[in-house]
Every structure is written in structure tokens, then in C-alpha cells.
Design a protein around this ligand. Structure first.
Ligand code: GDP
Ligand code: MN
Length: 385
């Protein structure tokens, strides 16, 4: 789960990293008020779930409250293209902060190195908006430290990576606690990414987090009720958001028109491949999971049918724990209550498939023996009309 900069900075502050004074604002009046209270030059930043906001035009400096308000008027409600997210995103909130006097911009992050099976701390003296180019053109300017999960982040290891990155000797003592605080915050919040770019060294030698980018492992959210308030689904596809509310694993795909429902991620992905091979375009990935009850099946069908692009639906169920008759009941209930205008092809195999098929006989839903046959049928029927 991505969170916003202003939320990530609250976390950083809790863990002892200095962040600029500031507040989030959702209308130009609030922007003015915050700027006025801060009483100095401010930086105003669009709060969206994407990096590269500077380059997108969503980070602006304002000398006084009037200028801040004008920027607020311009940016709030505006949709900009964010190359890093590859999407147009509307700006609903702005973070208004005291501007810092930047001497150096450092890049600092902790994330996972899956190949080495370790958390890795990444550090560069060439931080700021062009860090991607640095990583590409001068990878030697980026220092990395693999962190032993049992030992944690030790002072000597911090010193080593700070030297390797070419940090001024005079700053090393001040930097060690920042590195340790970021790592503690990363572990403590079950993050998969905790990034400060730029970590600013000010002209007076202070170290301040100028930005923060944070990704929290969704599988760990159950033990962080405090993060519920951080959830912002305004950038999530509305159908995906609805599916998640219903506890359904659903990913909507752009440009597709064949709805796909299966049990088990592997089976669903294979079904998508088969539909593609048969000449169709999958509209989604939807996994009803193991042992799904009829209600979950009905719910899933409803989600799929909410997508106006869907021209046909394919069920591919290989019953193990999942029972064919239970799935059939769910589909029949769905067809009864939903206004279904598209063909539905069903392939049931495994546990209680015969009982399921028997129930489906009373309907006009189309059975198929194999996955390949099912894919061919749905493609033929969906595109026939
Ligand atoms: P990002 O582009 O989404 O990573 O947004 P950042 O918050 O990192 O801001 C982009 C750039 O704006 C930074 O790399 C800085 O160069 C500049 N910037 C951000 N905050 C300040 C500030 O308080 N003072 C000054 N002078 N520049 C800032
Ligand atoms: Mn940044």
C-alpha cells in the first residue's frame, strides 16, 4: 500500500528523523493559512502516489501566503501526467512546508533485495530529481549495504556505507542516527520501501528529510490498524476498490473484454493465456480463492459485470477444496439477481463437478469440458454479437 509523503513524514518523525514543519491542505484557503502560520518561504507539493512530482510540475516554491494561495488554486483539482506512475493523476491535497535551504541532496532508502534475500540500504551523494539517471549512468555513485536481519543495522556498517558513498567526514556522526532511524521505521511499519530523496543537508548543517516515499506490505496491514487512516483509494480503479472491500482478489486489465473468474492464481493466469491464445482479450484477473462459497462467487460475477467493457464471462474452476456444486449455486444465484446480458461459459472439473454440472443444466449457461474448449467458446460467443 502506497502512502502519501505527508503520512510518511509523520512516520519518520515518530522514529526520530527531522522533517520540515508543515501541514496538508485541501483548498486554497488552507494553503494560505498554513503558509501564513509558517511565516516564511514555503514549498508546496501535490500529494499523489507517485514519485517524480518535481518533473511533473507538482512541486512549487512560494515566497509568501499570497503566492502560496495562487499555487494552491492552480494545483488543487488539477490532473497532471506523472511519468513514474505512467498515469494522469488528479491532485486532491497539497503538503505546505517551510522551504529548506538546500546545500546537498542525498538519496537514502531501504528496500528489499530479493536476489540476496536481504534488506538493502541504498545511499548516494547524488540525490535529488535525477537519481534514476545517476543509477543508470554512474552506478558507482550509489552505495549499497545488505543488512543482516539478525544483527540489524550496526554503527560500523553505517560508517562503512557512508564512507563508500563519499560522505563528508564531518557529517558521518550526524548521519548514522538517520540511517538507523530509517531502518527502524522500515522494519517497524512493515514497509517494502522507505525512501528519503532528497535527504537534505541544509546550509547550516542540519539533516532534514525533504521528501518521503513509502510502501507498506499489504499482507502485514492486519497488524497495523493505525494505518487504516492512511488508505487513500482515490487513485485506485473504482472496481478494484469495490472488489477489495468485498475481499475479492481482482485486477482490472486495460482494453480487455472477456471477464475471467477462476480459483487459484496460477489457474486464473493460465486461463488468461488460453483466452488470449483463442483470440480474446482478458478484462481482468479474478481469483475466488480456495473453498469459495456461493456468495463469494455471486459477488465476483457482479464485480466482473460492473465493467461495461465485458462482452462475455468465463468461469474456470478446478475443484480441490472448492466444490463445483457450490460454485454452480453461486453462478445461478448471480444470474437470477443480476441483469446478465452477456454469454457465460463454465468449465467445472474436480470435486463435485458432476453435481455442479447437473445444477447448471437447468440454465442457459454454456458448459465446457476443457479449459481450451471453454476459452474458444467464450471468445466465439462474446465477439459474435
Ligand atoms: P519528487 O520529485 O516527487 O521526488 O518530489 P520532491 O519532494 O523530492 O521535490 C523535488 C525537488 O524539489 C527536490 O529534489 C528539491 O530539489 C526541490 N525541493 C523540494 N523541497 C524543497 C525545499 O524546501 N527547498 C528547495 N529549495 N527545494 C526543494
Ligand atoms: Mn523526491
Amino acid at each position: 500500500m502506497k502512502i502519501h509523503e505527508y503520512q510518511a513524514k509523520q512516520l519518520l518523525k515518530q522514529y526520530g528523523v527531522v522533517v520540515p514543519a508543515g501541514q496538508v491542505a485541501s483548498n486554497p484557503d488552507e494553503v494560505r493559512e498554513v503558509a501564513k502560520t509558517l511565516g516564511k518561504r514555503v514549498v508546496i507539493k501535490g500529494q499523489v502516489h507517485s514519485g517524480g512530482r518535481g518533473k511533473a510540475g507538482a512541486v512549487k516554491l512560494a515566497d509568501d501566503a499570497n503566492a502560496a494561495e495562487a499555487i494552491g488554486k492552480d494545483l488543487l483539482g488539477k490532473t497532471l501526467f506523472f511519468a513514474q506512475a505512467g498515469a494522469d493523476i488528479k491532485i486532491n491535497r497539497l503538503l505546505v512546508e517551510e522551504a529548506v535551504d538546500i546545500d546537498k541532496e542525498i538519496y537514502l532508502a531501504v528496500t528489499q533485495d530479493r536476489v540476496r534475500q536481504r534488506d538493502v540500504l541504498i545511499l548516494s551523494m547524488q540525490g535529488g530529481m535525477d537519481i534514476e539517471e545517476v543509477a543508470h549512468n554512474n552506478p558507482a555513485d550509489i552505495a549499497k549495504l545488505l543488512i543482516d536481519p539478525l544483527l540489524g543495522l550496526q554503527d560500523f556498517a553505517c560508517r562503512q556505507v557512508l564512507f563508500e558513498a563519499g560522505m563528508d567526514k564531518s557529517l558521518i556522526g550526524k548521519m548514522i542516527p538517520v540511517l538507523k532511524a530509517l531502518y527502524a521505521a522500515y522494519v517497524g511499519t512493515d514497509a517494502t520501501l522507505a525512501e528519503i530523496n532528497p535527504l537534505v543537508v541544509t546550509k547550516s548543517g542540519e539533516i532534514i528529510a525533504g521528501d518521503a516515499k513509502w510502501d507498506i506490505d499489504e499482507n502485514a496491514l492486519f497488524r497495523h490498524p493505525e494505518f487504516t487512516a492512511f488508505k487513500d483509494e482515490s487513485e485506485t480503479d473504482p472496481l478494484e476498490a469495490e472488489a477489495h472491500r468485498r475481499g475479492i482478489q481482482y485486477v482490472r486489465l486495460e482494453g480487455g473484454d472477456i471477464g475471467i473468474i477462476g480459483n487459484g492464481a496460477g489457474l486464473v493466469m493460465t486461463t488468461m493465456d488460453e483466452v488470449k491464445r483463442a483470440g480474446g482479450n482478458p478484462a481482468d484477473f479474478l481469483d475466488i480463492g480456495g473453498g469459495a462459497k456461493a456468495e463469494a462467487v455471486t459477488n465476483s460475477l457482479e464485480i466482473i459485470l460492473m465493467d461495461p467493457n465485458v462482452k462475455g464471462v468465463l468461469f474456470n474452476i478446478f475443484g480441490g477444496i472448492t466444490r463445483g456444486d457450490e460454485v454452480a449455486k453461486g453462478i445461478i444465484e448471480g444470474v437470477k439477481t443480476l441483469n446478465v446480458k452477456v454469454p457465460i461459459v463454465i468449465r467445472l472439473a474436480g470435486t463435485r463437478a458432476a453435481e455442479g454440472a447437473e445444477l447448471l443444466k437447468t440454465t442457459n449457461l454454456i458448459p465446457a469440458e476443457t479449459m481450451q474448449e471453454a476459452a474458444a467458446k467464450i471468445v466465439e460467443l462474446a465477439y459474435a454479437k
